[in-house]
Ligand binder design. Structure first.
Ligand code: GAL
Length: 716
C-alpha cells in the first residue's frame, strides 16, 4: 500500500499537469497572417508600445496563402511562470532575422537573448533593435509579440523525444563527430505567463517579410527631403557656425537637405534641459526659419534624460523611474500625463518653430549607464519592459507631434523593436566597422527597421570615399561629424568623387522615393539581403565554388551557412550594391539568376554568376537587373519642394521589356494617407534596337510633380 502511494506521487511529480503543452488556436487575423495566444499574455507588448495598426489594404492586396507550418508541431508550454515556445525546423532551412545583427545574416545555430542594447561587437541578441521576428528560407515568418528579454535557441536544442533526431555518433571512432548536432526546432523562452504568437505565410521569404511590415502598418514613408543629404555638426556649434557650414555646402556645390545639431544646442546635456542655449542660439526661431528659407532643415540631437536643472523637471519628477541616467530623470512614457509634459517640452520652441525632427540618442543602453533592471517605474511596467520599448515609444510619440501638424519627419534613433516599421527613424550607433555596417544594412530588412552606415571620420582618403560610397546607397546619406568636425571635402584628394556621389544620391531621389513608397504600401524593405531576391541561389554558386566537404544529408544548412552573403545587398527593386572596403582593389559579386548590367555604363556584367570586379577608387560596384528602370532627376542641392515640377530621366538597362511604378505625392505631408498620391506606370521596350518609353498620365486631383519625361537607353 505504502509503495503504491509512493508510485502515485512520483507519477504526479514527474508528469505535472502544468507541463502539458497548451492547445494553440490559430486565427487568420489578416490575409496570410495567423495569431495564436499562449497562456495569459501581458497587457503591455511590442505592438501596443509601437501603436501598430495593420495596413489592411496592403495585406488584402497580397491575398491569402496556406498556413506555412504543421500546426500541431508548434507548441507552447507554461513552466514556472514562463512560456516555452517551440517551432519546427527542417534540415534544409536557413533562418534570418532576430533583429539588427552586425556580423551574421544566417541565424540558424545561434543562441540569443533578444535585449535592447548598445551593440558590443557580438551577435548575441544584444542590439539596438532585437526584433523577435525570424524568417525561414522555406518562406514563412514568426513574430513573438513580447516586450521581454526573449531567449532563443535557433536550431540548437535536441529533444529526447525528437521524431527527427540527429544521427548518434561515436566520438571514439567517428572523425566527423559534431559538437553541435542538428536540431529540428527553434525554441524560445519568454519570461512571462503567456504571449501572442504571429505566423506569416509565404510562399517566399519576401512575402513573409512584407506581411510582417504590413502588420506593423507598412514601412515608413520619409519626406522627400529626408532622402537628400544630411550633415551633423560638431558638438557645441552655434547658430553662426551652422550658417557658415550651410553656406560652405552651397558655395562648394554639395547637396544639403538637413543639418543636425549635436550636444550644445541645449543649455545643458547629459542630462538634458531641452532648452536652447542662449549664448549659442540667441534667437532659435530666427535661426531655424533663416535656414528653412535656404531649404535647409534642422534636426536636433537629444537623449530623453531630464536634467534636475531643466525647467520642466519639477513637473516630470512624479512620473520618473526610481533610477536615473547620467543623473537625469527617466520619464515613464506609458503614463499619458507624463507624455503630455515631456513631449510638450520637445514641441515647445522646437517643433513649434520649424525644427524638422529629432535624433533620439541613448535609448538603447548599455548597462553601465542605463537604468538597471531593478528600477521601478510609477506605472508598474517593469524596467525590462521599458528597456525593450523606450526607443519605440520615443519614435511613436514624436511622430504623433508631427502628424498633428500634418508634417512628415525623418529622424534618427538608437533603439527600436518589433512593431516599429512605420516609424520614420533610422538607427545608427557608435560602432564603426565598415564591413559590419553593411551586414547591419542587410539585416535591417529582416528587422523591420532602417539603418545608416554613417560616415564619421577616416584614417585615409580611400577609407573616407569607400564609406561615403556605401552610405549613399542607404536609407540616410549622412556625415555625423559630432566629434570629428569632418565635412564631405575633408579629404581634398577625393572631394570631387565625394561630390559626385552626393550628386548621384540627389539624382536618384525619384527612385529612392518610389522604393520607400513600396516599403510603405507593400511592405518591401528598400534595403535588404540577397536572400530575399528571387533567383538568388547561394547554394548553387556555393557548390561550384566551394571545395569544402560537408555531410549534406546530416547537416545540409552547413553548406549554406558557409556561403553567407553579407557584403552585397539589394537597394530597391532593381539595384544590387556591392561595396568596396579599404584596401580592396577587386572583389567578387554573386549575381542572381538572369542578366545584370553595370549601373554606370549599361554594359552586361554577368548572367546569374559570380563575377570579379575591379572598379577603381571612384566607383562603388552597382548593378541593374535586365529590364531594370531607374528614374532619375537633375542634380539639385536640395530636395524639390512640395509643388515643384521635376523632369525625369528614365534610365533603362538590358534587353527585357521594363516596367516601373513611379510614386508621386507632395513629399511633405501625410495627405497620402487619405489617398492623395499616385503610382505612375512607366513602360520601356526595345523594338528593333529602338527604344520606346511610355508613362501613364497624371491622375486628376492628385499631386503631380513630374515634369518632362525622357528615356535613356543605357545598354547599347
Ligand atoms: C552618441 C551618439 C553620437 C553622438 C554623441 C553625442 O551617443 O551615438 O552619434 O550623437 O552621442 O554626444
Amino acid at each position: 500500500m505504502k509503495f503504491l502511494k509512493y508510485a502515485f506521487f512520483s507519477l504526479v511529480l514527474f508528469v505535472p499537469l502544468n507541463l502539458q503543452a497548451q492547445k494553440l488556436t490559430w486565427a487568420e487575423v489578416e490575409p496570410g497572417v495567423w495569431k495564436a495566444v499562449a497562456g495569459k499574455p501581458e497587457t503591455f507588448d511590442l505592438l501596443k508600445a509601437a501603436g501598430a495598426i495593420p495596413y489592411h489594404t496592403g495585406l488584402v492586396e497580397m491575398g491569402t496563402t496556406d498556413f506555412p507550418l504543421t500546426k500541431t508541431a508548434i507548441t507552447a508550454t507554461i513552466v514556472d511562470g514562463k512560456t516555452y515556445l517551440r517551432f519546427p525546423l527542417d534540415k534544409s532551412e536557413q533562418l534570418y532575422g532576430f533583429g539588427l545583427n552586425f556580423k551574421t545574416v544566417h541565424q540558424r545555430g545561434k543562441i540569443l537573448t533578444l535585449h535592447v542594447d548598445n551593440y558590443a561587437g557580438k551577435d548575441d541578441g544584444h542590439t539596438h533593435c532585437p526584433t523577435p521576428f525570424y524568417v525561414s528560407s522555406k518562406g514563412y515568418g514568426v513574430f513573438i509579440n513580447s516586450a521581454r528579454y526573449i531567449k532563443v535557441y535557433a536550431g540548437t536544442a535536441v529533444r529526447l523525444d525528437s521524431k527527427t533526431p540527429p544521427e548518434i555518433q561515436d566520438r571514439n571512432t567517428d572523425k566527423n563527430w559534431k559538437s553541435h548536432p542538428y536540431a529540428d526546432a527553434v525554441d524560445m523562452l519568454v519570461p512571462a505567463e503567456g504571449v501572442e504568437i504571429y505566423v506569416f505565410g509565404g510562399p517566399t521569404a519576401m512575402d513573409a517579410v512584407r506581411r510582417y511590415n504590413l502588420l506593423n502598418g507598412g514601412g515608413c514613408l520619409p519626406p522627400r527631403w529626408g532622402l537628400g543629404f544630411t550633415q551633423r555638426m560638431q558638438r557645441l556649434t552655434d547658430a553662426a557656425g551652422a550658417a557658415v557650414e550651410a553656406k560652405a555646402f552651397e558655395d562648394k556645390g554639395y547637396p544639403l537637405d538637413f543639418i543636425g545639431l549635436e550636444p550644445g544646442w541645449q543649455s545643458k546635456s547629459y542630462p538634458c534641459t531641452f532648452e536652447w542655449d542662449k549664448a549659442r542660439f540667441p534667437d532659435p526661431e530666427k535661426f531655424v526659419q533663416d535656414m528653412l528659407k535656404k531649404d535647409i532643415r534642422i534636426n536636433l540631437w537629444t537623449n530623453p534624460y531630464v536634467s534636475p536643472e531643466a525647467s520642466v523637471f519639477p513637473l516630470i519628477k512624479p512620473y520618473a523611474a526610481t533610477h536615473t541616467v547620467w543623473n537625469g530623470a527617466v520619464v515613464d512614457l506609458t503614463i499619458p500625463k507624463a507624455r503630455d509634459i515631456f513631449f510638450g517640452e520637445l514641441k515647445k520652441n522646437k517643433i513649434d518653430i520649424g525644427v524638422s525632427g529629432y535624433k533620439m540618442d541613448e535609448v538603447d543602453g548599455g548597462d553601465t549607464y542605463l537604468w538597471p533592471d531593478v528600477a521601478v517605474f510609477p506605472s508598474g511596467h517593469s524596467a525590462e519592459q521599458m528597456r525593450q520599448t523606450y526607443g519605440l515609444m520615443m519614435q511613436r510619440y514624436i511622430t504623433e507631434l508631427y502628424h498633428q501638424r500634418n508634417q512628415r519627419t525623418y529622424g534618427l534613433v538608437r533603439a527600436s523593436n518589433g512593431g516599429g516599421s512605420l516609424l520614420p527613424y533610422v538607427i545608427y550607433n557608435d560602432y564603426y566597422d565598415h564591413h559590419d555596417f553593411i551586414t547591419a544594412l542587410i539585416n535591417s530588412g529582416f528587422a523591420g527597421v532602417l539603418w545608416t552606415p554613417e560616415v564619421r571620420a577616416s584614417k585615409t582618403a580611400e577609407e573616407w570615399l569607400r564609406r561615403f560610397q556605401s552610405n549613399i546607397f542607404s536609407p540616410m546619406a549622412m556625415i555625423n561629424a559630432w566629434a570629428s568636425g569632418t565635412k564631405p571635402w575633408t579629404f581634398p584628394e577625393v572631394a570631387e568623387q565625394v561630390k559626385q556621389m552626393a550628386n548621384l544620391r540627389m539624382q536618384m531621389m525619384p527612385y529612392w522615393y518610389s522604393e520607400f513608397a513600396k516599403y510603405h504600401f507593400q511592405g518591401i524593405p528598400p534595403f535588404r539581403a540577397m536572400d530575399l531576391e528571387p533567383g538568388f541561389k547561394v547554394v548553387e554558386v556555393a557548390k561550384s565554388t566551394s571545395n569544402k566537404k560537408v555531410n549534406l544529408e546530416e547537416n545540409p544548412y552547413e553548406d549554406v551557412s558557409a556561403k553567407e552573403i553579407k557584403d552585397q545587398y539589394m537597394a530597391g527593386e532593381n539595384i544590387l550594391v556591392a561595396p568596396m572596403f579599404t584596401g580592396q582593389t577587386s572583389r567578387t559579386v554573386i549575381l542572381p539568376k538572369g542578366k545584370w548590367y553595370d549601373f554606370y555604363t549599361g554594359k552586361l556584367a554577368g548572367d546569374g554568376q559570380m563575377i570579379t570586379v575591379t572598379p577603381g577608387l571612384d566607383k562603388i560596384p552597382v548593378f541593374v537587373k535586365d529590364g531594370g528602370i531607374i528614374p532619375m532627376m537633375p542634380v539639385m542641392l536640395h530636395a524639390p519642394k512640395a509643388d515643384q515640377k521635376v523632369d525625369i530621366e528614365v534610365r533603362y538597362y538590358g534587353e527585357k521589356p521594363g516596367a516601373y511604378r513611379l510614386y508621386d505625392d507632395d513629399g511633405e505631408t501625410f495627405n497620402y494617407e487619405k489617398g492623395n498620391y499616385s503610382f505612375r506606370e512607366i513602360k520601356v521596350e526595345r523594338i528593333n534596337g529602338e527604344i520606346t518609353g511610355h508613362i501613364s498620365g497624371a491622375i486628376t486631383g492628385k499631386p503631380n510633380t513630374i515634369g518632362k519625361v525622357t528615356y535613356k537607353m543605357m545598354t547599347e
